[in-house]
Design a protein around this ligand. Structure first.
Ligand code: NAP
Length: 491
């Protein structure tokens, strides 16, 4: 146990979709690591649920294989102990059989035990599962439900999901997960902004020139073709992850770290976003779709070939310029970009400060580069602050740009918890600070829907880009038109 790990009380966690990709690749390995760290007590129960008939032993074997793939060697001796917490129940969200026995089993635990229902299934099952939980009397105050993205594909469908889940659970019991918010760097953004006197006075349009948020993937469609082709990058990434990151950068200081204090401030940012619609979508957004190219040194097919169709106009890349219309941020553009099959897998936030008002150095050592604060979310989480210093040594006063590097893994020499480790334990503890509230999700869709409508009305195909590049050239033009460039030297 690390010195600051606080064990939680025994709980029941039911993972609907316990045999699926997310459960086996992310959730169970995250729980295992929390268990190894001493945070999950032996009395906890973790139940996987799916439609397949399967014994506890067969499910444990499946979980054991998944842990072998995901865990470091030093933890492997503890797998058998962890598997003792794990069970499996066969239930179908769309059929009534078995639910009463399942409810009775859960009810047999002591009356104060927290119950978490993690809906790691297709969102089309969320409503059915919630209704069955209600019918089985499993929605009382000690129950919590976790729902995964996507929450809808536009405002009306998001409202329908929120209404249906809200019909069964109180808002305080609903944890809408966005795993980007569980990343160390994002929490460190809170620490940097609000635990240092240095940044907050500069955190406004008088001192910040612009902000960039990039979430770049090298992968293509993987196994998600039918979902992704119906969604596209704007819905899949911008509506949730990128806008949530934007909120964390742009929000006013909350009075406390309480969930609603933070979420109130994020909501104000979403509501202050200037509309992007038919009037300005052409100038403010770029959509792209990858063609054949290379990824990680290998030739890869284009999107349409991967999809096996030649008529899709789904965007696999989007770049856009957003503006937060309030006193703090007036005139400061937030450039967002995300895409598949890009040159590198990297997620980062770049806060670019203004140029010094006057140089006394007469060009020695080249121009003075503006300061940048670079928060890297992946692959290696860390923070760099780019500064100008005097180049060491004789030969006159020459300037040099250097990064103060606070790479977390090296600095602290500890395992960096995966986002799901943090977030799962937050659900058990009932801490919703890093989860999205209903009104945030709906405010995000309220901003996204007019962009989708403008694209649909414009009826233009997405711009082609070569797999392995940084997206269509129009995305470079989007930022260069404003006399700025995408940040490239953070790694
Ligand atoms: P998946 O691999 O397709 O798994 C779906 C799971 O649901 C399986 O265990 C499946 O098992 C079960 N299931 C299907 N129909 C069911 C029914 N009627 N009743 C009970 N269980 C049923 O999906 P996934 O990739 O894990 O994704 C799960 C959720 O997380 C989705 O909402 C997805 O959008 C979201 N998500 C996933 C990822 C990721 O990395 N995978 C990332 C972000 C968000 P049976 O067929 O045996 O019932």
């Amino acid at each position: 146990m690390t010195s600051h790990t606080v064990p939680v009380d025994p709980f029941d966690l039911v993972i609907f979709g316990g045999t699926g990709d997310l459960a086996l690749r992310k959730l169970l390995p995250a729980l295992f690591r929390r268990f190894c760290d001493g945070q999950i007590p032996a009395g906890a129960r973790i139940l996987g649920v799916a439609r397949d008939e399967r014994s506890d032993a067969a499910y444990r074997e499946l979980v054991s294989d998944a842990l072998a793939r995901a865990s470091v060697d030093t933890l492997k001796p503890r797998v058998a102990e962890f598997l003792e917490l794990i069970g499996y129940r066969t239930l179908d969200a769309s059929r009534g059989e078995g639910w009463d026995a399942f409810a009775a089993e859960l009810a047999a635990a002591d009356a104060t035990r927290v119950r978490v229902f993690y809906l790691s299934t297709s969102p089309s099952l969320f409503v059915d599962i919630c209704e069955r939980l209600r019918a089985a009397g499993l929605n009382d105050t000690r129950s919590r439900v976790v729902i995964e993205k996507p929450i809808g594909r536009d405002l009306p469908s998001a409202r329908a999901i929120n209404d249906a889940v809200g019909h069964v659970f109180e808002e305080g019991q609903i944890f809408r997960i966005d795993h980007y918010l569980g990343k160390e760097t994002v929490q460190n953004l809170l620490a940097l902004r609000f635990a240092n006197a240095l940044f907050e006075p500069l955190w406004n349009s008088a001192h910040i020139d612009h902000v960039q948020i990039t979430v770049a993937e090298t992968v293509g469609l993987e196994k998600r073709a039918s979902y992704y082709d119906g969604a596209g990058a704007l819905r899949d990434m911008v509506q949730n992850h990128l806008l949530q990151l934007l909120c964390m950068v742009a929000m006013e200081p909350p009075a406390t770290l309480q969930a609603d204090a933070v979420r109130d401030e994020k909501l104000k940012v979403l509501r202050a976003l200037k509309p992007v619609d038919a009037a300005n979508a052409n100038a403010s957004t770029v959509r792209g779709q990858y063609r054949a190219g290379a990824a990680n040194g290998q030739a890869v097919a284009g999107y349409l070939d991967e999809l096996g169709r030649n008529d899709s106009r789904t965007e696999t890349f989007v770049a856009l310029k957003a503006e937060v219309g309030n006193w703090r941020w007036g005139g400061v553009p937030f450039y967002l970009r995300t895409g598949k099959r890009l040159a590198e897998r990297v997620s980062e936030i770049v806060v670019s400060f203004r140029q010094v008002p006057h140089s006394i150095f007469n060009g020695a050592g080249g121009p003075i580069a503006p300061n940048k604060l670079v928060l890297r979310l992946q692959p290696d989480e860390g923070v760099k602050l780019w500064l100008m210093i005097k180049e060491p040594g004789p030969g006159g006063l020459r300037l040099k740009r250097v990064a103060l590097d606070m790479s977390f893994a090296e600095e602290f020499g500890v395992h960096q918890p995966e986002a799901y480790e943090r977030l799962l334990m937050d659900v058990v503890r009932g801490n919703a600070t890093l989860f999205m509230r209903r009104d945030e999700v709906e405010a995000a869709w309220t901003w996204i829907d007019p962009i989708l409508a403008a694209w649909a009305a414009g009826n233009e195909a997405p711009k082609a880009y070569t797999a392995g590049s940084w997206g269509p050239s129009a995305a470079v033009a989007l930022i260069e038109r404003d006399g700025r460039t995408w940040h490239e030297d953070a790694h």
